[in-house]
Design a protein around this ligand. Structure first.
Ligand SMILES: Nc1ncnc2c1ncn2[C@@H]1O[C@H](COP(=O)(O)OP(=O)(O)OP(=O)(O)O)[C@@H](O)[C@H]1O
Ligand SMILES: CC(C)(CO)[C@@H](O)C(=O)NCCC(=O)O
Ligand SMILES: [Mn+2]
Length: 968
């Protein structure tokens, strides 16, 4: 259902009535008593329709209930708005919060730090007879934020943080997972780090009003910076404080006070630059890169070997800072010939109105008409004795004196290029000299003068390389211009983000950058609707969004010569798309999967897309799949006009991403296939398609569950050896149901699920293309009379819904359980294609358990059944003798998995595990095919793509992989 649309409906109940109705309804349902905790399991939506905040109030209300003394076992709870208000007051004043070290304290503290809720006009969205109706809070403002500014001579940089809440704690599955794995509730610190997103925005300094409007429209000045203590302060915008650095922090302090009523807390500019650079270099995996002769390459920074380095910030002016550690630095030099010089002088000489216009001009320029070259002086010859080629610039702008010409006689394009080269080269040279002065080998260049512009970077790199004879290395930063603002942001320790680790950050690239204010001109996009219109406008305007980044020059002569740039496109990629810097999602609960054998060498992506042939191929595959995907997505939302419009916008956005990456594969950091597949899912979510395959998954689950009893019966009639083989065959065969594979989707039109499954099973002849079954079997069953000890705990990374989980993985899980191995089903946190999610699994297990005692007892032991509301159960024996079957979420919403960033519950579950089973192409081939584990690992997949089959296993489409690797 469309969120905007439903906002316009007015037939809603106030929240008070809603709560009453929920409880009455729950009580009326016979199964509700069994699942008392479910009664709060509804979600809320804000007027600002951001999905990420939809749980906030649920948890909030829940904590209010807990505080009111209403335990979760209460069968009936009626809370009116007045009571909520009273509780809010108690929270604000801190009265009655002391629960004596109770575990729930964290919950309450957290709630206490939240913004006040505006419940006025609260109402149910849609049908309140639904299981989890949504409440709309039309007057609740956007998420609370933290804000920091860097106000420079040319640009204002703004970094702001919007919180998104952790998921609902009140979930039976999560609770039992917590109990079983002993997940710690508390944090290392005395206040919790909250999840959220870091946004990066910039404005021109002389358009300060746009910046003030932006801050005001997003209410950023009312954010959490106001409070001095994390736990109890009341938000009060009148004495709010914003962190700011750069000269403008001094110059504009009064203006901020006057216009926004906020005080500026000034932070030293150099401190901030260094703090920002150190943070980026430590926390962002693909932050630094080299750029030489058009070739961009990311540099792995070893955190223990980062210092010393030279930081060169090229803003309006240039600062050069020798950095020896966190907070340990010295500004060793600077130059007044910087970005401001290029922009200013360039505007004077060319009449360009904007920086981008000027830079764009340079791409069509030929500096030989302006610059005096060595060849001009030496009659076309190199001066090779001192290492200068004829094409080396001997004197920037030198040619203009010898000719009797006026400014108008020169092409603005040529002037712009000469100027750009002069300034870039000069900066590179001074940087080198300072590096030399202090014996520094690494130079990081930041500041917005760089602007990710290939030619600028190449010129600087060339200067550094040429003068240092390759000794020193110039590196650039993806967040180039935001160092100061980030540093100012980090200087506020109250948000607890200062020591975030690389695995806790996920960068996303939403399409509507102006949505977060990424565009320099114009207002931010307020909502999804505006964003869609924005996408539509882009299409009308042609290719701006995908226009290529200028290509670098064709290389040098080796003698200091340097040709004119051969730009691929005429126009500079619009800054409005702002796609180089994404939104940084901070997810404090993410952890490194503890069973990885070697984190340092781990690379999730099996396919590296920096190979252009590979990128081309996958680009074609994903493009071809797009129309089907859009149809499915639109159908999943009822096929309404609104859904179609969002579907179109999604298709455009994703195509734009693809086109952009084709032009510059490293635009978003190092690109692998997993990133591309994840981008697609993120893009769907961006346009509010949260589960495109919902009904397909449902249908296939039902069809598969119907034949499960027969399969189990058949299996039970076999001996151990035969059964194990049949089970693995079953997993491989059932893995054919993959809506991410073009070939398979075509297949589905030709038969029913069960027909295809049987056909697939019949073709399962060993040896498979990769076949370690015998070794696996030996480990499981032993040889001769010697019976091996069973694994203690197996983690099964499951893939698709339907036959894959029901007829493939569940029977395998059952076998492990039967042998005394605890089983943890590891599934996605968010939907991706037709993959089964952790949220959907309990219900599937419950259905399967109806036909199987082993599954039933294990599921009860694992705390799964209550959650799935199985009414047919007669008083479950909680101390049943079975080992548990559990479900944990993996922390991601993609068909692939990067094991450096998994949910804390998965990390906890992994601690006692001695067997990992990765199933399906995404998790065991596209990613992790080469991953090594500290425990036994089994990788099972059917290869449903011809090229992958050829490349990875030298085989064919529908070949199977059964790769078993004992603990390494
Ligand atoms: N869209 C843009 N508009 C204006 N200038 C831009 C733009 N993109 C890049 N630049 C360049 O970036 C420079 C500003 O860089 P940056 O924001 O890092 O410096 P600043 O903080 O404003 O200056 P300083 O630190 O010296 O006070 C400009 O002088 C210009 O050369
Ligand atoms: C004055 C600052 C520090 C303001 O950011 C910067 O513009 C700068 O470093 N200018 C160069 C001044 C010099 O060292 O010659
Ligand atoms: Mn600056």
């Amino acid at each position: 259902m469309s969120n905007e649309k439903s906002c316009e409906k007015h037939d809603r109940l106030p929240v008070e009535g809603f709560l009453r109705s929920v409880n009455l309804r729950r009580v009326n349902r016979p199964r509700a008593q069994l699942v008392a905790s479910q009664k709060f399991d509804f979600s809320l939506l804000f007027a600002h329709p951001a999905a990420a905040v939809s749980y906030k109030v649920t948890e909030r209300l829940l904590s209010l209930f807990v505080m009111a003394g209403l335990s979760e076992d209460h069968k009936q709870v009626v809370v009116g708005i007045n009571e909520v208000d009273q509780l809010e007051n108690r929270i604000s004043s801190g009265v009655g919060l002391d629960r004596g070290g109770d575990k729930d304290m964290s919950l309450i503290h957290r709630s206490a730090s939240r913004p006040q809720l505006d419940l006025s006009g609260a109402a149910i969205q849609g049908n309140f007879e639904e299981r989890d109706p949504t409440i709309l809070l039309p007057n609740q403002s956007d998420d609370i934020s933290h804000l920091a500014l860097d106000i420079g001579g040319s640009l204002i940089k703004l970094v702001y943080f919007s919180r998104h809440e952790d998921r609902l704690v009140n979930n039976r599955r999560k609770k039992s997972v917590k109990q079983i794995f002993g997940l710690s509730t508390g944090n290392r610190r005395n206040y919790p780090i909250l999840g959220g997103r870091l946004h990066f925005v910039k404005f021109e300094t002389h358009k300060m009003n746009e910046c003030l409007d932006f801050i005001h429209s997003k209410q950023l000045h009312r954010g959490g910076m106001a409070s001095h203590s994390w736990q109890s302060e009341v938000q009060n915008s009148t004495n709010a404080v914003i962190k700011a650095t750069g000269g403008g922090a001094f110059k504009f302090a009064d203006l901020f006070k006057e216009k926004l009523g906020v005080s500026i807390d000034k932070e030293d500019e150099m401190d901030c630059l260094v703090a920002g650079a150190n943070f980026l270099l430590k926390a962002i995996r693909h932050e630094a890169f080299t750029h030489l002769e058009g070739h961009k390459e990311f540099v792995q920074i070893d955190h223990n070997d980062l210092f010393p380095y030279l930081l060169v910030n090229v803003g309006s002016g240039v600062s050069m800072i020798k950095v020896d550690g966190d907070g340990k630095f010295q500004r060793v030099s600077g130059t007044n010939v910087g970005g401001g010089t290029y922009w200013g002088l360039g505007s004077l000489l060319t009449k360009c109105k904007s920086f981008d216009e000027l830079l764009e001009l340079s791409q069509r320029g030929d500096n030989r008409t302006i610059d005096m070259l060595v060849g001009d002086i030496y009659g076309g010859m190199d001066y090779s004795k001192i290492g200068l080629s004829a094409s080396t610039i001997a004197s920037s702008f030198g040619k203009t004196i010898s000719e009797n010409k006026e400014l108008e006689d020169y092409r603005p394009e040529d002037i712009s290029l000469s100027l750009l080269r002069m300034i870039s080269y000069n900066i590179g040279q001074i940087a080198y000299l300072n590096a030399l002065r202090f014996g520094l080998k690494r130079i990081f260049f930041g500041g917005f003068f760089i602007r990710g512009h290939a030619y600028t970077m190449d010129t600087i790199s060339f200067a550094v390389q040429f003068w240092s004879k390759g000794e020193a290395k110039a590196m650039f930063l993806r967040h180039e211009g935001f160092l100061g603002a980030l540093g100012a942001f980090m200087s506020n320790e109250k948000h607890g983000l200062d020591d975030l680790m690389v695995h806790q950050l996920v960068e996303r690239f939403p399409m509507g950058a102006p949505y977060i204010g990424g565009k320099i001109h114009g207002p931010p996009l307020g909502d999804l609707n505006e964003k869609i219109s924005w996408m539509e406008k882009f299409v009308q305007k042609g290719t701006e969004i995908t226009a290529p980044v200028p290509m670098a020059p064709p290389g040098t002569t080796g003698l200091g010569g340097f040709e004119v740039p051969s730009s691929k496109g005429d126009s500079l990629r619009s800054d409005a798309s702002n796609l180089n810097v994404g939104v940084l999602h901070l997810v404090p609960t993410l952890e490194v999967f503890p069973l990885l054998a070697n984190l340092k060498t781990y690379e999730p992506n099996t396919i590296d897309l920096s190979d252009h042939g590979e990128l081309d191929y996958w680009f074609t595959v994903l493009s071809a799949h797009l129309p089907d995907l859009v149809d499915t997505a639109v159908a999943s939302e009822g096929g309404t006009e609104d859904a179609k419009r969002r579907g179109d916008a999604f298709a455009r956005a994703f195509s734009a991403h693809l086109a952009r990456l084709m032009e510059e594969p490293a635009a978003y950091g190092k690109l692998g296939l997993a990133n591309l597949l994840e981008l697609r899912e993120e893009c769907l979510r961006e346009f509010y398609f949260f589960d495109a395959y919902r009904s397909i998954k449902q249908r296939e689950n039902e069809a598969s569950l119907a034949v499960l009893p027969d399969l189990l019966l058949e299996l039970d009639g076999m001996n151990e050896e035969k059964r194990l083989l049949m089970l693995i065959e079953g997993v491989l065969a059932a893995n054919i149901f993959d809506w991410g594979s073009r070939a398979c989707v075509d297949l589905y039109h030709k038969g029913t699920i069960i027909e295809i499954y049987r056909m697939s099973r019949d073709k399962m002849q060993r040896p498979w293309r990769v076949d370690d079954f015998d070794v696996f079997q030996k480990r499981m069953l032993g040889a001769g009379d010697k019976k091996p000890h069973p694994h203690k705990r197996a983690l099964l990374f499951v893939d698709n819904s339907g036959a894959d989980i029901v007829l493939g993985m569940l029977p395998l899980a059952r076998e492990l359980l039967r042998r005394g191995t605890e089983v943890v089903l590891v599934a996605n946190s968010l939907p991706a294609l037709n993959d089964v999610t952790a949220l959907e699994l309990p219900e599937i297990v419950a259905e399967a358990a109806k036909h199987c005692d082993i599954l039933r007892r294990a599921a009860v032991a694992g705390g799964l059944l209550v959650d799935a509301m199985v009414s047919s159960l007669d008083s479950p024996t909680h101390n049943s003798s079975s080992v548990p079957l559990m479900v944990v979420e993996n922390g991601c919403g993609s068909p692939c998995i990067d094991l450096r960033q998994v949910s804390s519950e998965l990390a906890a579950a992994a601690k006692d595990a001695d067997l990992v089973i990765l199933e399906g192409m995404g998790r065991s081939l596209h990613t992790n095919y080469n991953a090594k584990f500290k425990c036994d690992a089994l990788k099972l997949a059917m290869v449903k793509n011809q090229r992958l089959a050829e490349k990875l296993i030298k085989g064919n489409i529908y070949d199977c992989v059964c790769r078993y690797e004992p603990a390494s």
